[in-house]
Design a protein. Structure first.
Lengths: 783, 166, 265
C-alpha cells in the first residue's frame, strides 16, 4: 500500500467543495429563463377524478401553464413501469397496474400527482396549485397489505384481482414440510418488518430543459443512476430518443435506494418544458418526499424453523406478504423476492428452505428498495428466529449459531445463492471479544442495582451484493443487465480521467477510484479525476445501488486499466528498446525490470499523443474502455452485537454499545468503509428503535414530517465500535465485497434481540419506541 | 415587496424581495450562495443553519426582511481566505461528511457550539448540541469526532494567542 | 408560504397600532409561526415584528422578584447568571427548548402567547404562579392559558413581560417526543410560600394543566418518594402514535418525581 493507494486511509478529494458550500446539487442549478413547478396532489387515498378545472389557476399571477394527465397522454407520454418481471407459482406474469405520471381517472394514494403548475416563482406555482379545482369521488381505501388481501377489500387496479400482484415461491416446499415434520423442535413466530421512509437529506428534484432549436432535452435529476433514467425515459416513457436526451445527476445528497427509480416528476418536468417553452424546475419539500419517495420494507411474515435433537437446523419455511403500495416502482418486484428470499439461508447450513412471497397493492406510496433492500428483511427473519430458538432450546445464542454455521466454501444454498468465501466464526469471535460478551452478566447486575434493565443481542448477517451477473439476473426476470462500464483516458501530460457508469452520492468514489489508479500507475491522486453522472460524458452505466460500485464498478476500471497498462508498456518498451514483457510500472515510471532504464509515466503519455515514435502500426492516443459483468454476487458477512439499557419508568432504550465485526474482503479506503458502516448502523438502529411510517385507516400518512417521523439524531446513537476481517472475494479482480448496506442489514435484529433479552419476552414490534417498550414491560409483568 | 439590506460574508448586499421570502431563499436565489440548503419544512434538519449577528440561526425560519440590518455569515464566508476554517478541516480529516448535503449546516452549528463552549466539549454535550441538525449518511460518529477535534484545535489556538498577548 | 406584509415595530405602542391592518399577527421569534406559515397552516395577511423593541428584552432579578421581557430569547433565559441563582429550574427549562439555533431566536413571550400544548414555558408559568404582563393589563397564569393554542389575550394585545416571585424550590423534567422533541410530557413543580404547585405540559388534551394528584402528594412531602404509587387519570390526556394516554399518565408521575428530585438537589 502506498500512501495514497489501495488500503490507505486517504481523506476525500471531494470534500473540499462540500465543506466550503461549493457542492452543486440539482436545486443549485439555474438555467436562463428557468421557471418553477408545483404539483397538485391527491388529498385522498383512493378516489375517482370526476372533473379538473384549471381556469382559476391559469389566471393567477405568474402562471405559465397548468397541465393535466389528459394532455400528457395526448402527447404520447407512457406509463411508469416495473423493470423486473416476476412470475407467480402458477406461471402467470405479475399483474402490473397502469401508473400514469399524472393521474387521469383515478388516484390511488395520498400524494398521487394529478396536475402540474408552472409559474415564474415557486410561491406563485404553489398559490396557483391551490387554485386548481378537482372534483373527486372518494372510494374505500386500504393501507395495510394483509387487509388488502382480505375479502371485500377495495380493488386498486383492474389488472390485479384481489390486489395480488404475484404469489411467488422459492425452494422446495415438500422437502421443507417433511423436514419440519421430522424436527425435534420447531420455532414459530410472526414478524412485522416496519415500513420506512428513506429520507435522503436532499429532497428529490428535477430540472427539465427542452431546447427547441436543437430538439433536445436536458434533465438534471437527483438520481443514483442517470443512465438508467435516460434509458427508461426513452424506451418506455417516450420522452425523447436517447440521442436527444441528456440526463445529469450532479452532486446528489444521499439516496439509500430512493433515488434509483424514475418518478413522475422528472418525466413531467421534461414534458412540461416542451409544452410551456421554458426550463422547468421542481424541488420536493420534505412532506412531498414523505408522501411520494418510494418507501422501504413493510413485510408481514410467518416463520417456522425446525431443529434436530443436536440443535441443527433441518428446515425453514417462510411466508411473507409484502406491501408494494399503490403502483409498482421500478425494481419493486425484485426487492421482496430475489433480494430477500435468496438470503434466507443466512450464515447457516439449512438443508431445506421454502419461501413464499405474495406482493400486494395498497393505497400507500410505492414501496421499493431501501438500503439493504430485502436483505434486512431476510436477516431480521433469520436472526430473530435464531435468537428465539436459542431461548426456547436453552442454549446460548452464540452456540446455536456456531452449531449451524456454514464452514465449507463454496456453499450452494437451497435458495439459488452460492456463497464463495467467508469465515463466520471469526466475525462472531471478534464481535464477542470486542463487546466483552463474557462480562455482560456483571454489567447487567450493576445496571439492575441502578434500577435499569440491561440486555444484549447479536445478529450474524450475510448479504449478497455487487449486483449482479447479467445473464443470471436476466434469467430471473431483470429487464436490464447489471454490468458496469469504465473508460480510462490518459491525457498527453499523463494526468488521468476515469469515466464510470456508477454514481457517487456520498460514497466517496472520487477518492477510492483514484486510489485504485494510483496503486496501478503511481500517478498522484490529484492527477486523477473521476467523472460520473452525465450521460453526455459517460456513455452508459448502471449506477450505484446494491453495494455494487466497488465490486462491479471498480472491476470495470481494473479491466480498462489493464488495457491502458498493456498499451503503455508497449510504448515504453518501444522507447526503451526493450522487451514489452520486461517493463514494470513503479513509482510513476515504466522501467525495464532489473535495470535503471526507465521512462516517466508522463513522457510515455506524451509519446502516445505526439505519435512521433510509436511501435509500427500502433494507433496514437491512450484511452481504453471496458465493460465488466460480474460472475457472481459478493457475500459480505459479519456479526453485530448490541447492548442496551432500558429505563423501566419511561421505557426508553439507550444503546450502551454497538459492535460491528464485518468481512468486506479487501478494502480500498478503511476510513470510507467505516463511514459506510456507521451510516448503515444508524439507519438500522433507526428502524429498530425510532422509525416507522404510519398510515391511518383512511390512508393518510400520519408521519409526513420530522414532527412525527423519528429520524435518528446524534443523541439517539452511541459511537460505534467497528472492525473488519478479510476473506477476499474470489470472483472479482480486487477481491472486494460491498460495504454500503451491511450496517442497515445486520443491525435491527441485534437491537431487538438485546431489548427482548432485557424485557424477558419477545412480544415487541419495531420500532421499539419508549411507549411500546413501556407497554411491553407491563404486559410482561402481567404474564 | 421590501428592500432588504444585510452584510453577508463581509459584503454589503441589498435587494427587493417579496416579504414572504425566507432568508435561506434570499441567500440562495438572490445572492447565489447555494451552500446553505433546505432539507425540511419544519425547522428541524438544520441544513440551513447560518450565523446571524454571530449566532447559529435556521435561515429557513426567518424572513429575509426580518434579518434586514443584520450581519450574516454563511458556509461560503466561514473560511479565512484560501485556508479552511478549523471546523471545515476537521470534518475533512475525520470523514465527517458523506453526501455533503447536511454538511454546511453541521459546520455552522459546530462552529457556534465551539464558540459557546470555550472550556471544551465532551461527546455527550456535542451530541446534545446537535439536536437541531440531522444527517442521514454518517450515523454522526465521525461528525462528533470532527467537532471534538476542532474544539481541541481551536482552544489550543486561542490559548497560544492568549499567551502571546500576555 | 402565502403572501404577507411585514412591519417592523419600533415600540409597543407602534406595534399595537400596526396590528390593526388586515388579519395581522405579531411575530416574535417566529419559531412556531414561520414553520406554520411555510406549510400554509397559518396565513396572516400582515406580520408585526416585535424583535426590535428594546423595552421587551432583558431579565430583571431583584431579590426573589423576577421580570423577563417578552422578547427575551430562550438562550438568554438559559444563560442569565442572576436568574440561574434564584430560579435555576426556569433556566434549565429554557436550555432544553428546541435546539441551539431555535433557542437563539425563540422568545418567552412568543411561546407564552402561542400556548402550544407541548411547549415548555406554559407549565413553568402555571407552576410558578407567574403573571403575564401585557400592554393593557396583568393576567395571572391561572387565568391566562385557555386550552390548545388559546389564551386570554385579545387580538391586539401584546405580551410585554412575564413576572413571578421565585419559589423556595422548583424543578422541571420533560420527556421529549422522540420525533419532534417537543415535550411529550413535561412537569414543572414548585414549593413556595403559597404551597406546592405542579403543572403539566405536553400531555393534556386541553393543553397545560395543574395536576391535583401530584400537588396533593407533594404537599404532604415534597420528595420523589411521596409520589410512589400515585397515579393520575388518563381520561383527559392526549393519545397519538407516539404515546397512549395511559403512557402519558405514567410519564406525568415519572417526570414529576424527577422534577422534585431536581428541585431538591
Amino acid at each position: 500500500m502506498g500512501i495514497e493507494g489501495i488500503g490507505a486511509r486517504v481523506a476525500r478529494k471531494e470534500d473540499k467543495r462540500f465543506i466550503t458550500g461549493a457542492g452543486r446539487y440539482v436545486d443549485d442549478m439555474v438555467v436562463p429563463g428557468m421557471k418553477h413547478a408545483a404539483f397538485v396532489r391527491s388529498p385522498h387515498a383512493h378516489a375517482d377524478i370526476k372533473k379538473i378545472d384549471t381556469k382559476k389557476a391559469e389566471a393567477m399571477p405568474g402562471v405559465i401553464g397548468v397541465l393535466t394527465g389528459r394532455q400528457l397522454k395526448a402527447d404520447g407520454i407512457g406509463n411508469l413501469i416495473c423493470g423486473w418481471m416476476i412470475h407467480s407459482k402458477d406461471g402467470s406474469p405479475m399483474k402490473m397496474g397502469a401508473w400514469s405520471p399524472l393521474a387521469v381517472d383515478r388516484v390511488r394514494y395520498v400524494g398521487d400527482a394529478v396536475v402540474v403548475v408552472v409559474a415564474d416563482t415557486k410561491g406563485q406555482a404553489r398559490d396557483a396549485a391551490e387554485a386548481v379545482e378537482i372534483t373527486y369521488k372518494e372510494r374505500k381505501s386500504v393501507a395495510d397489505a394483509v387487509d388488502a388481501l382480505g375479502k371485500g377489500a377495495p380493488q386498486l387496479h383492474p389488472e390485479a384481482d384481489g390486489n395480488l400482484i404475484f404469489d411467488w415461491g422459492i425452494g422446495d416446499a415438500a422437502a421443507t414440510d417433511a423436514a419440519l415434520k421430522s424436527a425435534a423442535h420447531v420455532t414459530r413466530l410472526n414478524i412485522v418488518n416496519n415500513r420506512l421512509v428513506p429520507n435522503a437529506m436532499e429532497p428529490r428534484a428535477a430540472l427539465g430543459h427542452y431546447d427547441k432549436a436543437e430538439d433536445h432535452y436536458t434533465c438534471w435529476t437527483t438520481s443514483q443512476n442517470p443512465h438508467v433514467a435516460r434509458l427508461v425515459m426513452s424506451a418506455f416513457y417516450n420522452v425523447a430518443p436517447e440521442n436527444k436526451l441528456r440526463v445529469i445527476a450532479p452532486d446528489v445528497g444521499g439516496g439509500f435506494g430512493s433515488k434509483i427509480y424514475i418518478y413522475p416528476e422528472e418525466i413531467v418536468c421534461l414534458w412540461a418544458s416542451k409544452r410551456t417553452g421554458v426550463p422547468v424546475k421542481w424541488v420536493a419539500d420534505r412532506t412531498e418526499s414523505f408522501l411520494t419517495d418510494a418507501h422501504g420494507r413493510d413485510h408481514h411474515t410467518t416463520v417456522e424453523m425446525g431443529f434436530d435433537k443436536n440443535n441443527k437446523i433441518v428446515g425453514l419455511k417462510v411466508d411473507t406478504i409484502a406491501n408494494l403500495g399503490a403502483y409498482m416502482s421500478l425494481f419493486s418486484s425484485a426487492t421482496p423476492t430475489y433480494l430477500y428470499a435468496t438470503l434466507l439461508s443466512g450464515q447457516y447450513n439449512i438443508p431445506a428452505i421454502y419461501g413464499n412471497v405474495r406482493t400486494v397493492y395498497t393505497n400507500t406510496a410505492p414501496v421499493d428498495a431501501y438500503r439493504g433492500a430485502g436483505r434486512p428483511e431476510a436477516t431480521f427473519v433469520l436472526e430473530r428466529t435464531m435468537e428465539i430458538a436459542a431461548r426456547e432450546l436453552g442454549v446460548s445464542p452464540a452456540e446455536l449459531r456456531r452449531t449451524n454455521f456454514i464452514t465449507q466454501f463454496p456453499h450452494q444454498t437451497p435458495v439459488i445463492m452460492c456463497y464463495d468465501a467467508g469465515n463466520y466464526g471469526a466475525s462472531l469471535d471478534a464481535a464477542m471479544k470486542q463487546a466483552d460478551y463474557a462480562g455482560f452478566a456483571k454489567r447487567k447486575t450493576a445496571a439492575a442495582k441502578k434500577g435499569k434493565l440491561r440486555g444484549i443481542g447479536m445478529s450474524c448477517y450475510i448479504e449478497a451484493c455487487g449486483i449482479a451477473p447479467s445473464a443470471a439476473v436476466g434469467s430471473l426476470g431483470a429487464g436490464v443487465g447489471l454490468w458496469e462500464s469504465a473508460e480510462v483516458r490518459v491525457n498527453a501530460v499523463g494526468t488521468i480521467e476515469v469515466l464510470t457508469g456508477s454514481h457517487s452520492h456520498g460514497q466517496g468514489h472520487e477518492t477510492t477510484f483514484a486510489q485504485l489508479v494510483n496503486s496501478r500507475f503511481g500517478v498522484p491522486l490529484d492527477s486523477v479525476s473521476i467523472v460520473h453522472g452525465d450521460t453526455d460524458k459517460v456513455q452508459m452505466g448502471m449506477g450505484t445501488y446494491g453495494s455494487r460500485s466497488g465490486a462491479v464498478g471498480m472491476s470495470a476500471i481494473v479491466k480498462a486499466l489493464d488495457k491502458v497498462e498493456a498499451k503503455a508498456k508497449k510504448i515504453a518498451a518501444h522507447l526503451l528498446e526493450a522487451d514489452e514483457g520486461d517493463i514494470v510500472i513503479e513509482n510513476g515510471q515504466l522501467k525495464v525490470a532489473g535495470t535503471d532504464k526507465n521512462v516517466p509515466w508522463f513522457q510515455m503519455a506524451l509519446a502516445a499523443y505526439t505519435a512521433h515514435n510509436l511501435p509500427q502500426g500502433m494507433e496514437p492516443g491512450l484511452k481504453e474502455t471496458a465493460f465488466y459483468d460480474p460472475s457472481n454476487f459478493t457475500f459480505p458477512a459479519g456479526c453485530y452485537i448490541c447492548e442496551v439499557e432500558i429505563d423501566p419508568d419511561t421505557g426508553k432504550t439507550d444503546i450502551i454499545q454497538f459492535v460491528a465485526a464485518d468481512d468486506f474482503g479487501n478494502i480500498i479506503n478503511p476510513m470510507i468503509v467505516e463511514g459506510q458502516v456507521h451510516g448503515g448502523i444508524a439507519q438500522g438502529v433507526g428502524q429498530a428503535l425510532l422509525e416507522g411510517a404510519v398510515y391511518d385507516a383512511s390512508g393518510q400518512l400520519l408521519t409526513a414530517s420530522y414532527m412525527d417521523y423519528t429520524m435518528p439524531r446524534a443523541d439517539d446513537l452511541p459511537s460505534f465500535q467497528v472492525s473488519t476481517s478479510n476473506t477476499p472475494c474470489p470472483s472479482n479482480p480486487l477481491g472486494i465485497k460491498g460495504c454500503g448496506e451491511a450496517g442497515a442489514i445486520g443491525s435491527p435484529p441485534a437491537v431487538i434481540n438485546a431489548i427482548t433479552d432485557a424485557l424477558g419476552h419477545d412480544n415487541l414490534t419495531m420500532p421499539a419506541t419508549p411507549g411500546k417498550v413501556w407497554a411491553a414491560l407491563r404486559a410482561g409483568a402481567k404474564h | 415587496m421590501s428592500e432588504v439590506s444585510l452584510v453577508v460574508n463581509g459584503r454589503k448586499v441589498s435587494g427587493a424581495v417579496e416579504d414572504r421570502t425566507l432568508l435561506v431563499h434570499f441567500l440562495r436565489e438572490h445572492l447565489g450562495l447555494t451552500g446553505t440548503h433546505v432539507g425540511c419544512d419544519t425547522s428541524q434538519c438544520g441544513a440551513c443553519v447560518v450565523h446571524v449577528d454571530g449566532k447559529a440561526t435556521k435561515s429557513c425560519t426567518m424572513l429575509a426582511i426580518q434579518a434586514s440590518g443584520s450581519t450574516v455569515t454563511t458556509i461560503e464566508g466561514l473560511a479565512n481566505g484560501a485556508d479552511l476554517h478549523p471546523v471545515q478541516a476537521a470534518f475533512k480529516e475525520h470523514h465527517g461528511l458523506q453526501c455533503g448535503f447536511c454538511t454546511p449546516g453541521m459546520i455552522m452549528t459546530a462552529t457556534d457550539m465551539i464558540r459557546r463552549h470555550p472550556e471544551g466539549l465532551d461527546e455527550t454535550t456535542v451530541r446534545a448540541e446537535l439536536e437541531g441538525n440531522i444527517c442521514r449518511c454518517t450515523g454522526y460518529h465521525n461528525i462528533v469526532k470532527a467537532i471534538l477535534a476542532a474544539s481541541k484545535t481551536m482552544s489550543k489556538a486561542s490559548k497560544s494567542k492568549a499567551k502571546k498577548a500576555a | 408560504m402565502y403572501s404577507v406584509n411585514y412591519h417592523r415595530a419600533t415600540s409597543v405602542a407602534d406595534a399595537a397600532k400596526k396590528i390593526k391592518s388586515g388579519d395581522a399577527k405579531y411575530l416574535s421569534g417566529g419559531m412556531t409561526l414561520i414553520p406554520a406559515m411555510k406549510t400554509r397552516l397559518a396565513a396572516p395577511s400582515d406580520l408585526v415584528d416585535l424583535n426590535h423593541i428594546a423595552d421587551l428584552k432583558g431579565i430583571k432579578v431583584s431579590g426573589k422578584s423576577i421580570t423577563i421581557g417578552a422578547a427575551t430569547t430562550h438562550f438568554d433565559v438559559a444563560n442569565d447568571e442572576k436568574l440561574k441563582k434564584v430560579c435555576p429550574a426556569l433556566s434549565h427549562l429554557a436550555s432544553h427548548i428546541g435546539d441551539p439555533a431555535v433557542r437563539h431566536r425563540g422568545t418567552i413571550g412568543g411561546s407564552v402567547a402561542n400556548n402550544d400544548p407541548a411547549a415548555d414555558y406554559p407549565s413553568a408559568l402555571l407552576a410558578l404562579g407567574a403573571t403575564v404582563v401585557t400592554n393593557k393589563r396583568q393576567i395571572a397564569a391561572d387565568k391566562f392559558f385557555k386550552g390548545l393554542f388559546e389564551t386570554a389575550l385579545k387580538d391586539d394585545e401584546i405580551v410585554t413581560a412575564v413576572t413571578f416571585t421565585a419559589p423556595a424550590k422548583s424543578g422541571y423534567a420533560k420527556f421529549p417526543n422522540p420525533a419532534s422533541r417537543y415535550a411529550m410530557t413535561g412537569v414543572f413543580v414548585t414549593k413556595g410560600k403559597d404551597g406546592v404547585r405542579a403543572a403539566v405540559t405536553g400531555a393534556g388534551d386541553d393543553g397545560v394543566f395543574r395536576s391535583k394528584e401530584i400537588e396533593a402528594a407533594l404537599t404532604k412531602k415534597f420528595e420523589a418518594s411521596a409520589l410512589e404509587g400515585v397515579t393520575v387519570p388518563s381520561g383527559s390526556l392526549m393519545g397519538d402514535i407516539h404515546a397512549t394516554p395511559e403512557y402519558r399518565a405514567n410519564l406525568v408521575v415519572v417526570m414529576a418525581k424527577r422534577a422534585v428530585a431536581a428541585a431538591n438537589a
